[in-house]
Design a protein around this ligand. Sequence first.
Ligand code: NAP
Length: 282
Amino acid sequence: MAATLIDGRAVAKAFKEEIAQRTQVMIAQGVTPHLAVVLVGENPASQVYVRNKENGCIKAGIRSTVIRLEESCTQQELEDTVKRLNEDESVHGILVQLPLPRHLDEAAVLRLIDPDKDVDGFHAMNSGRLMNGQPGFVPCTPLGVMKLLEQYGIDPKGKHAVVIGRSNIVGKPMAMLLLAANATVTICHSRTQNLAEITRQADILVAAVGRANFVTADMVRPGAAVIDVGINRVDGKIVGDVDFDAVAEVAGYITPVPGGVGQMTIAMLLANTLDAAAKRGR
Ligand code: NAP
């Protein structure tokens, strides 16, 4: 393997240790950071993600409450739950686990979350702040990617960053963060023509597609930093969007899946929760 492995597990561990220390300081000052997660239904992947978030909180000393609602819950029940959490002074961060069952209006629910408790950074107020270059909560996965780049001394300034994917959760905020870090940014999606031609120009290539082995070695410029956000289940195994073995021979840096970006997502969620608590605690 020619590429340097970007070890998300190690970087996330260091972040989590620092977060745990900051949490203890806050608790000593009388504020216990508290994350409330709303989980609707029985989606197996969501159950795993919520359990991981809960464990992350417990290890860091952050209080965690998981509110489980039936798959059949109504929009009103879900909205009432969010409103109650907005009003609960002991709750600093609120996260509604996505995707929601299809009969529920996701956008309406996200709109209801108090932007100052929106630790996932999905509220339009926070995406607007990111767009305008104002401080606010930034979605955890792209934020985690930026921290990984920073830790490995990969400065986006003046580089061509190509993001494959334009979701509100990953692709768009990722592009905004890279732009804010002075990269020249190209966003690609399912209607992009000549994708490989564009990705081959990338100094930093972020794959957030949701298709196993989508990024192949011929799509990567030699020496590029390749960041794999994808989480795909293939034959019971978790794999990313990047054909890891082949791309690792061409790239300068590469994140593994698992053990890369995913590890950072939870660390950033904890960091955002702590920031929310610090703002309220003042
Ligand atoms: P998403 O909402 O499904 O978005 C996927 C994006 O990929 C869309 O913008 C889509 O384009 C684009 N795309 C699909 N097929 C393409 C193609 N053939 N060529 C170019 N672009 C194509 O997914 P997401 O929520 O952003 O998540 C992306 C991946 O990241 C998933 O595997 C997800 O599980 C993973 N993820 C990981 C973490 C983590 O913590 N590591 C967190 C969140 C998500 P259109 O917009 O044109 O449809």
